[in-house]
Design a protein around this ligand. Structure first.
Ligand code: GRF
Length: 199
């Protein structure tokens, strides 16, 4: 499968995808990395020809930025589009354009803790477990159908950084695992639900 990745920052989830491809455990190719942050370290993980980055401020509106982003993605002709640490909200037109093949990884056990600061919120709530979710993107922020989750314990002495690191370690295999399902043709969004063959 052809994968387009959207990333705003570090790109360790993107790297996990690249590593799985290189190891032969994910039958895919990354056909582009797209960012709202021209300084995102994630961009440096792929050859220059595969990078697209624009500053949203240089566009007149969210819709105009999203349209340019969407056109660039469409040019790369991906089968699947993965938000891997993409920190900008995608507007409804963008979501509709790619719905059904648009995935996001979110560092919480959805439906808990949509949005930002998930690790601190899990700590503040006194949760004994936390984790990450991969879901189909819909117009509702972090609200689309969940495909798979990974759990970690919250441990005594945790702060948001320690907890984030523990979650990140399970994000990488979680995301790669979902992409493996996609590559095998075993994943789809049907009637507003995540359909996984064999589940
Ligand atoms: C991850 O925790 C992801 O779930 C969240 O932002 C972080 C991005 O990490 N949305 P990276 O850029 O993939 O290293």
């Amino acid at each position: 499968i052809r994968i387009a990745a959207l990333a705003s920052g570090r790109g360790s989830n993107l790297q996990a995808i690249l590593d799985a491809i290189a190891a032969g455990t994910l039958d895919a190719q990354v056909v582009g990395v797209f960012s709202d942050n021209p300084d995102a370290p994630a961009l440096l993980r792929v050859p220059e020809a595969l990078r697209w980055a624009r500053t949203p401020k240089s566009y007149g509106s969210r819709a105009a930025f999203d349209a340019a982003l969407g056109d660039a993605i469409a040019t790369a002709a991906p089968d699947w589009i993965v938000c891997a640490g993409y920190m900008r909200i995608l507007g409804p037109d963008f979501v509709q354009r790619f719905q059904g093949r648009l995935l996001n990884i979110h560092p919480a056990l959805l439906p808990k803790y949509k949005g930002l600061h998930t690790h601190q919120r899990a700590l503040d709530a006194g949760d004994s477990e936390h984790g990450a979710s991969v879901h189909f993107v819909t117009a509702e922020l972090d609200g689309g159908p969940v495909i798979a989750q990974a759990r970690v314990p919250v441990l005594p002495g945790d702060d948001a950084d320690r907890l984030a690191a523990r979650v990140l370690a399970v994000e990488h295999p979680l995301l790669v695992g979902v992409l493996r399902l996609a590559a095998a043709g075993r994943l789809a969004e049907r009637d507003g639900r995540a359909w996984v063959d064999g589940q």
